[in-house]
Write a protein that binds this ligand. Sequence first.
Ligand SMILES: *Cc1c(COP(=O)(O)O)cnc(C)c1O
Length: 355
Amino acid sequence: MEKISVTLTKNLKEKPKGPDIPFGVFTTDHMFLMNYDRENGWHDPRIVPYAPFQMDPACMVLHYAQEIFEGMKAYRDAEGKIRLFRPEENFKRMNSSCERMSIPQIDVDFCVEAVKQLVTLEKDWVPTAPNTSLYIRPFIFATDIHVGVHASHTYQFCVILSPVGPYYATGLAPVSIMIEEEDVRAVRGGTGFTKCGGNYAASLRAGEKAEEKGFSQVLWLDGVERKYIEEVGSMNVLFKIGGKIVTPALNGSILPGITRKSCLQLLRDKGFEVEERRLSVEELISAARDGSLEEAFGSGTAAVVSPIGTLYYKGETFTISGGGIGPVAQDLYDTLTGIQWGKVADPYGWSQVIC
Ligand SMILES: *Cc1c(COP(=O)(O)O)cnc(C)c1O
């Protein structure tokens, strides 16, 4: 494994105080970089002072959006040790995003090691208050200076870190969701299964419309028939219908969430019947009408589990779990956050102490 060089900053930033650190505002003192070109492959891995990139206006990413990212967290446990949650899964998924976006593959173990070294250097930035964490954002973008459509021959890999407060200020809280009927996020054959910035760019308009109407996020339908449930904004979605757990199957247009995968494993191990399949919005709405829709919740790294209290579709609002938090969502939240912060037994080996 290539050695990671370290250049320390002389100007340490002031760290945010208090538990309520807003998401995505603060960044730490250092970042990890490496570069790709055809002669050298991925090379020059280095930890350097956090600083802006200098960019040529013809830099390819600015025009053709050849860019992907990941999102994960470092958690401080009761003993003050720092932990990661299934980091290999993030870099395996990054490689699957790379493959779809014609970006060269990265070495999963090396990238996990780079994150460990960067987080260890910045360990004082992992906040201490309950349910706070250090958000880790790896990303790769095309750097050829060329206004012409082709896959770039050069790339920048970067990892930045951002301390974040608890997602829920006052404990797990239900959200209201609007089912989007016009815009679609992704189609099979497209990039829906990748974490690429372009997917988010396409989702912003519907997100704004939902916010204007007072909903916190959008539930997407499939891009062909607008008939089948896909996922929520930046979360996968799971339902409890007639005692069974139902979630849309990974069909190519849905992001394969690591929280989703972890939830499904926990649910199966708790004895639930789990169905990964196509779920039509009609089936969901009729289950909401006849009372068999017992719970609905999103899953993702940021919120872990996000109970859906109300669903809006074609002018009607449906209340789920009495607008509160269902027992399955609560139990998953407690188990997953317990494992992440090292508070409960982790028979899966998902939580790794790094320093
Ligand atoms: C990141 C993301 C998720 C959740 O994935 P996790 O690995 O659980 O954080 C779900 N949907 C979309 C569109 C995402 O970008």
